[in-house]
Design a protein around this ligand. Sequence first.
Ligand code: PEP
Ligand code: MG
Length: 868
Amino acid sequence: MANKYVYLFGTRKSEGDKEMRNLLGGKGANLAEMARLGLPVPAGFTLTTEVCTHYYDNKKTYPRELSAQVDKAIGEVEKKMGAKFGDPKNPLLLSVRSGARVSMPGMMETVLNLGLNDEIVAGLIKKSGDERFCYDVYRRFVQMYGDVVMGLRPKDKEIDPFEHLLEKKKEKHGVEIDSDLPATALKELVAEFKTVIKKRLKRSFPEDPKEQLYGSIGAVFSSWQGDRAIRYREIESIPHNWGTAVNVQSMVYGNMGENCATGVAFTRDPSTGQNKLYGEFLVNAQGEDVVAGIRTPEPIIKMKRILPKAYADFVKVCGQLEKHYKDMQDMEFTIQQSRLWMLQTRSGKRTAAAAVKIAVDMASERLITRKEAIQRVNPSDLDQLLHPTFDAPASPGAASGKVVFSAEEAEAQAAKGEPVILVRIETSPEDIGGMHAAQGILTARGGMTSHAAVVARGMGKCCVAGCGDVVIDYDKNMFKAGSKTVKKGDWISIDGSSGEVMLGQTPTKEAKFSKEFGTLMKWADQTRKLKVRTNADTPHDSDVARRFGAEGIGLCRTEHMFFEGDRILAVREMILADDEKGRKKALAKLKPIQRKDFEGIFKAMDGLPVTIRLLDPPLHEFVPHEAAQQKEMAKQLKLPVAVIKAKVNALHEFNPMLGHRGCRLGITYPEIYQMQVEAIFEASINARKKKIKALPEIMIPLVGTTRELEDLKAMIDRVAKEISAKKKTKLSYQVGTMIEIPRAALIADQIAESAQFFSFGTNDLTQLTFGYSRDDSGTFLPEYVDKGILAEDPFQSLDQEGVGQLVRLGTERGRSTRKNLKVGICGEHGGDPASVHFCHQVGLNYVSCSPYRVPIARLAAAQAALVK
Ligand code: PEP
Ligand code: MG
């Protein structure tokens, strides 16, 4: 059998259906489906995407069989419409439209009113009795064909020759809009348009309808490789070899008089999700008038009064379409002499808020199941709903404030009630106070998992990290971005989701959760298998996370507690001490403070597990590196500056992230970890006195050998025993480890013998598996992603192929020696939907992520559980 390249719709039968979008494109497949449903669709046919691929594979020629198949299809359409293509006595006019597998709005070409010449227009006038209308249609056709098919399209600032002639004509007749031009004027315009085509292109306008048809089909196929379309596909990751289909359809007219109209509508409001028709229409107009912006369209509800019958029909069709597609539809329609015609339907694009409401409402209306509702919402989109927003639509996670260049300044200004944006070349842990005080953070260096971004995410702060266009001059208290200079105290606004930095102030408001959001989350919780915990270091963050549904803390980074207020002084005193005795003295000052921190967190997480990680970063992060601050520190500690300088130099490491950090600190300075462990146990006893249930899980970072964990676990158990004996009470706690060094994953079976739980630190595990520094990868990773060397930034979405193997293997090996080993993940990946899916597949017990990502992880975990 010959290849089939042409599929009919709306004729005696529709040959396609909605499942055939790869072959017929989205528009063609849905036209066929609507026709099948018995909805009013003007008859037509679709040239498949295979014609397009053939066209490009064969030097822009068509398959041999095409011409005969098109002729046959036209014959069927003619029969259905009772008119003949190219017949002056009873002409049939056609439209030619593109239609790729996925919608590429406005990227390809359309030709309307095709099949006219001077002789045929005369016949059309006779048939319709409306000369003005016929010349209007003819004028539009010649203009569109000249532009789209023949290429007489103005470049950049050139004047459009057709529009120019049209304007002149309107001036001559003293009218403002096209529809007020008389038939004679339109007739003159047709001739003038043809003349300008001939003059400019040295080619005549084709009078033969068949030639017009193939010219238009060719123009649509060519537009698949137009600059606009190529760029769009690059951005949207649409393969270039898919090709477009072409839909040839009988024309219906919305411009035949006051009982005609054309419009676009959604079955529900795409920005709020409200279940009411949303859209606009224009009376006595053709499709392009709605988008052209010359006349302002009316809200669809007005159609009820102006064209009541057509409106009622349309409302009915909307109901049928939703019921059939089980989703909100985005439609185009035309009303010709009070009769409704459907020209397109597809799933409508929507905001996150609308997606949630529509999914929940449709489940309540029993149009879809709860499971389907859970799968309808993209978890990452929830981000739009969780952060404070600019008080304008569609700008999530945003902040405005006055520029400051140091953490101290940020705290000082914030204490006075000033909203500030902290602008730093990069942030270090010592900036934490300033980051907390600021409304938002802007850094010139760093990436998604650099310190600033991680901390900001944890705090729910808006952060634009690694903004390379910003050149900061701390000495002059200013930064430059392109030609703009911003000084300390100037207002800027930053948008953490788009990465935009704007001059001036934009008001924001707190995010509010809808009733439907709560419902969807409840359904997700009933479905998921993975638990969702949070990474939080303060009672405030813990409270936020609990409000977002966190089921415990998966990572409390204790180092963050060392920076607040005066405690950094005690930390520095400890670092500067020459011996154990000196360190212990300083640590004794820190212990009550830590204990209080833990009490606060246990209270916020009453009854839920709290994983507390012992100190992790290299000590040099706690001492200042700038001369002025070193001087200040010397003053505070009453020591010569030289001593400070010498200590800072001594702490210098070439690769600090591979250096003296994590459990290596615990092994070499056991008194530090011991102080922390005492603080944890004492806090848990104090909590119990207040009827708070503390469930501490003590976690050792950066373990690479069994002995590291065994020795430190022995210390923890010993301290527990001592405190139990002293306080005459029992302590319940667990001891576990992070798995963030590849070696630890490989020997996980041995490690599990002394670990009650594992938590994969996939930030370090990614860093160490790839050998990419977390803090410096911003210099090359974006290019790697652009070039396709990596599909994604592995610090954002877990590299399942490589790093994921270590997670899988570590889990399996760990559970081979400890069957009930609890396993979680607490790297930034814990809040990334694709990584959450992976964690579900691997059989982890929980994911832990920053508070603001908790709802995202809950929904992603539910979706993962629904995958068969
Ligand atoms: C990790 O490495 O994944 C982790 C959670 O620890 P941190 O980011 O504090 O190194
Ligand atoms: Mg780590």
